[in-house]
Design a protein around this ligand. Structure first.
Ligand code: SAM
Length: 269
């Protein structure tokens, strides 16, 4: 996107008000590789053909059965959380980030994908659907579950990682059964589970961070996973604007970080 196009966006009422409220984000948008369309983000991060990207975007958008199934369950649970004032939302990945994940998996056809942070399972569902379509690959997800109406010790989970799942459910409860074959769920804190998981996997094609968004945990996950990531592999991260972990890490490894709406970032190795 050209600087002229970026300025045009920033001057629209919606983004102008957002920019005034959060000047750092507006400045970042102008200065850095922040993009506003999933297709553009995927293009920047993979460098693959627009036509292929568009075809896979169409494929996921037109999959009514999948979309209706997961979003109906998710929206129902979110309404319950809002109504009962337990939370403002159900903490899932947006539809656009779901599309980014799906299309990237379809394009790159990874063998091994690792993610942290499952909760209700939106991101995992998109990834697993793509792996099922590819008939290839495996997703390993690490999650520390946080059930509604369950008592936990005070230091169990930090604020930056709190996302409820319904009482009595497992993380990823809304993932359709027919795509679960390529999934391994590891329950626990990423800082405790990473060593055994990484030593077992040895090499990873794609990593996605969406667990605890504290600076300490984000930078630790990125740094720990990086040596295991194959050349040409991608490190994705949610909530890259919460702190400077993503920016500092991309500077440290001297790779350009691309951001989708300051909500989701990617670094190609
Ligand atoms: C934002 S939610 C994940 C949302 C999910 N990616 C989706 O699209 O639906 C974060 C999840 O990470 C879990 N979590 C929090 N801290 C964690 C940690 N240190 N290690 C692993 N998981 C953690 C939370 O309990 C929650 O299930």
């Amino acid at each position: 996107m050209s600087m002229f196009e970026k300025i045009k966006i920033i001057l629209t009422p919606k983004y102008f008000i957002k920019g005034i409220k959060n000047p750092r984000r507006a400045f970042e948008f102008l200065r850095k590789d922040l993009v506003f369309e999933p297709e553009e983000f995927i293009f920047k991060i993979t460098g693959l053909s627009w036509q292929q990207i568009k075809d896979y975007v169409k494929e996921i958008k037109s999959n009514k059965e999948f979309n209706n199934y997961i979003w109906e369950k998710y929206n129902q649970f979110e309404k319950y959380l809002i109504k009962t004032k337990k939370a403002l939302n159900a903490g899932g990945t947006s539809k656009e980030v779901g599309i980014i994940l799906y299309v990237t998996m379809r394009l790159l056809r990874p063998e091994i994908v690792l993610e942290t942070g499952v909760a209700n399972g939106i991101s995992s569902a998109y990834i697993l659907l793509a792996l099922a379509k590819n008939q290839k690959g495996k997703l390993v997800s690490i999650d520390l579950p946080y059930e509604l109406e369950k008592e936990y010790p005070l230091d169990y989970i930090r604020n930056e990682g709190k996302t409820f799942i319904p009482h009595g459910k497992q993380p990823g409860w809304l993932i359709p059964e027919n795509v679960k074959k390529r999934w391994e769920l590891v329950l626990g804190r990423s800082s405790e589970k990473f060593p055994e998981v990484l030593n077992k996997l040895r090499k990873i094609d794609i990593f996605i961070h969406d667990s605890e968004h504290s600076y300490k945990n984000m930078i630790w996950e990125y740094t720990t996973v990086w040596p295991f990531l194959n050349k040409g592999g991608i490190l994705f991260s949610h909530d890259v604007s919460w702190n400077l972990a993503f920016d500092n890490f991309s500077n440290k490894v001297k790779r350009k970080g691309v951001k989708y709406r300051a909500e989701f970032g990617g670094i190609k190795k």
